[in-house]
Write a protein that binds this ligand. Structure first.
Ligand SMILES: Cc1cc2nc3c(=O)[nH]c(=O)nc-3n(C[C@H](O)[C@H](O)[C@H](O)COP(=O)(O)OP(=O)(O)OC[C@H]3O[C@@H](n4cnc5c(N)ncnc54)[C@H](O)[C@@H]3O)c2cc1C
Length: 365
């Protein structure tokens, strides 16, 4: 981080008994929401127990603009990607670090049908630059198997989610607006002026708890479809390390110094944060469909993606308990979606700007 001077640019929160917003959870969602609200001059307190299964601390942070078998560009690609680049660059400049990097992603065609589909889509749209250019088979013959060739979707990148939230954690702690503990729901008490949590008078509580939302007594009714995911850390000894993210169902993300992250699995039952042998085997077999090089597994972790039934974020205030709100549902695309919707939620909270209907929690009420 870039030293003490950047800290002074923030409006420092003096320890006060009155706060505008209590933010529960300091994963990507809570961190970016708190950042936006502090920037707007609000009094914010963040509480987080740093759960080891937090998606942000396990997830890879890949921004992949063309996903799924239909080779469709991501939902609201242009708009969300622009905000993603701008926000991470801005925070990086403030904190003196680089969190987001544009990174080429090489997606291998699984078969000839997929390659034909790419051609159709590319020529039908004409201007669809996100489908990139096709590469014939034999891209790096000593290192990868690509019998059907590959393409590189435009606009892909990588967010170092863990460093971002850790640096923001230091900033929040320095400003005295971070409490490192678990929030027990029964400690939120309605009072005449709003809410009380311990000794704090709180205007609104905004829950950014990721998958722990399933324990939240006020928001359990939202249709979350949590998805457990496992990842591996690897070492690959090679003279010319990959610079690109490789993807063929399973992905391989270069982290430097011959270290890589690989993933991931999707599991809907059981939803826990235990690493499994089955998860490891699944990732390794997936890698071997395109990776020729030997590798050593150095670590394995599991986290839980906070996905909602319609795969969109969920924002807004509880229809009955109007001092309680939520910012969640980032699913498997947190790095891509968080900046735009954290901004929207913050503007809603401090400036009363409207939320879009398609992400407002009231769509499920
Ligand atoms: C295996 C895997 C791979 C992934 N890969 C990618 C990827 O490549 N690209 C991408 O964009 N996204 C990826 N994701 C998804 C991404 O990680 C999530 O979308 C994002 O991190 C969700 O952030 P969040 O803040 O909503 O939740 P979380 O990161 O889970 O944060 C919630 C925080 O709230 C805290 N908390 C909860 N309840 C309480 C409480 N009562 N009191 C105090 N603290 C509390 C937790 O400790 C935690 O720190 C992946 C996820 C997984 C699991």
């Amino acid at each position: 981080m870039g030293g003490i001077t950047i800290l002074l640019r923030f409006s420092t929160l003096k320890l006060s008994m009155n706060i505008d917003f209590l933010i529960v959870g300091q994963g990507l969602a809570g961190s970016l929401l708190a950042w936006n609200l502090l920037k707007a001059g609000c009094k914010v307190l963040v509480i987080d127990n740093c759960h080891s299964g937090s998606a942000t601390r396990v997830g890879a942070g890949i921004v992949n603009t063309v996903t799924g078998p239909r080779l469709a560009p991501c939902w609201r690609l242009e708009q969300l990607l622009a905000d993603c680049r701008k926000t991470y660059r801005f925070i990086g400049e403030e904190l003196g670090n680089t969190y987001y990097r544009e990174k080429e992603l090489v997606r291998f065609f699984k078969n000839d049908e997929e390659r034909q589909l790419w051609k159709q889509k590319r020529s039908a749209s004409g201007t669809n630059r996100y489908l990139g250019a096709m590469r014939p088979p034999g891209w790096m013959p000593e290192a990868v198997l690509d019998p059907f060739g590959s393409f590189s979707p435009g606009g892909s990148g990588h967010l170092d989610m863990k460093s971002l939230v850790e640096d923001l954690r230091s900033i929040f702690a320095y400003q005295g607006c971070l409490i490192k503990e678990y929030l027990h729901y029964e400690n939120i008490v309605p009072v005449k002026s709003g809410l009380r949590w311990k000794t704090w008078n709180v205007g609104k509580v905004i829950f950014c708890e990721g998958h722990e939302v399933r324990n939240n007594p006020w928001f359990q009714w939202l249709p979350f479809k949590l998805a457990k995911g496992e990842i591996l850390d690897l070492k690959i000894q090679q003279s010319t390390p990959f610079r690109q993210i490789l993807n063929s169902g399973k992905w391989l993300l270069p982290l430097g110094n011959n270290s890589y992250r690989a993933g991931s699995t999707y599991c809907w039952d059981p939803i826990d944060t235990n690493s499994t042998e089955a998860g490891k085997v699944e990732i390794i077999s997936g890698l071997k469909t395109f990776l020729k090089l030997p590798f050593e597994v150095t670590a394995q972790r599991a986290g839980i993606r906070p996905t909602v039934k319609d795969y969109k974020p969920v924002l807004g205030m509880h229809p009955k308990f109007t001092n309680l709100g939520i910012f969640n549902g980032l699913g498997s695309k947190g790095a891509f979606m968080a900046p735009f919707f954290a901004h929207q939620m913050a503007n809603y909270l401090h400036a009363g700007e409207p939320l879009e209907e398609e992400v407002n929690l009231l769509r499920f009420a």
